[in-house]
Design a protein around this ligand. Structure first.
Ligand code: 7PM
Length: 286
């Protein structure tokens, strides 16, 4: 049964209204983050960047301290804590921001939730030992993302034995069940197909076109395609030239049911999402 409260996600002290598409701004705090070139290496820079994204209409700020770049080496947890926690603390205290933490480490999840983070975003869908328990105990919403294997294996010719959208749906369904078994209610979950993670361009395009296969699981969908190589490969564009392609993907993702869009370019993405939404509100031909 649809209920008005289905549209809201309680994210700590914040309530996130997902009755329409919302934008999550990416705040990289890795020195090697691929598309920001480590520009936000210092705390003050990170804070200023987050402030700008909030002013441009970001509903959530996603802080990531472990590089998920293809071929990236694992970051020791101490280093991830050092990078992420001070940023979370200041975003919460000084900007009262709804902060999401892009992490797979239970230690970082624990510490971030204690410092006021409002959402957990795990590209490994809580598969690290202890992550399920910590996430369940945090009381926060969690985004479960699909990825085959680890980031360091991400670009080794991914193969799926069935249509990719079915493989992704099946994986996410299994992770939802694992969450529920650990006491993490499905009302707290978002699902993400994991664009660019162990997928060919064709996989990514097909996944977006068939995202309704994931919509069937009945949970809000999040997507992250901003500046990714699927745009580069289709259009032949370098990272800094991918915004127009990215906005086209934002628009289509909204049409296909995405409710949280993880992007670098917040202002233009908010406009693309809102414009698309305005059209969809007028209904379709019978
Ligand atoms: C290299 C490759 C650097 C990929 C950075 C990335 C997603 C995410 C990331 C996503 C969710 C990026 C990614 N991507 N979390 N974290 N969904 N939920 O482009 O698609 O930022 S990292």
């Amino acid at each position: 049964m649809k209920h008005p409260s289905d549209s809201f996600l309680q994210c700590g002290r914040h309530r996130l209204d997902l009755s329409y598409p919302r934008v999550m701004g990416i705040l990289n705090v890795t020195p090697d983050s691929f598309s920001d070139g480590g520009h936000h290496a210092t705390l003050d820079d990170a804070l200023r960047h987050a402030e700008t994204m909030l002013a441009e209409g970001a509903a959530v700020i996603d802080v990531g301290g472990e590089s998920t770049r293809p071929g990236a080496a694992a970051v020791p947890v101490e280093q991830e804590l050092d990078r992420v926690i001070p940023v979370v603390e200041r975003l919460v205290r000084e900007l009262d921001a709804l902060v999401s933490v892009d992490t797979s480490s239970p230690e970082v999840m624990q510490e971030a939730s204690a410092r006021g983070a409002g959402m957990l975003n795990d590209v490994r869908a809580l598969r690290r030992p202890g992550a399920l328990q910590v996430a369940a105990g945090s009381g926060l919403p969690v985004c479960l993302m699909h990825m085959l294997g680890e980031p360091d294996a991400m670009q080794r010719s991914p193969r799926y034995d069935e249509p990719v959208e079915l493989a992704v749906a099946c994986f996410l369904e299994e992770r939802v069940a694992a969450c529920e078994a650990a006491g993490l209610r499905r009302e707290r979950l978002l699902l993400d197909p994991g664009f660019g993670f162990a997928k060919t361009v064709e996989h990514n395009l097909r996944l977006l076109n068939r995202m309704t296969a994931l919509k069937k699981l009945g949970l809000p969908l999040m997507v992250g395609m901003s500046r990714k190589s699927m745009i580069g490969k289709v259009l032949g564009r370098a990272v800094e030239e991918r915004l127009p392609g990215g906005l086209a993907l934002v628009s289509l993702a909204v049409e296909r049911g995405a409710r949280l869009l993880r992007v670098h370019d917040v202002g233009p993405s908010v406009d693309a999402a809102n414009m698309t939404w305005a059209v969809l509100q007028e209904g379709e031909e019978p």
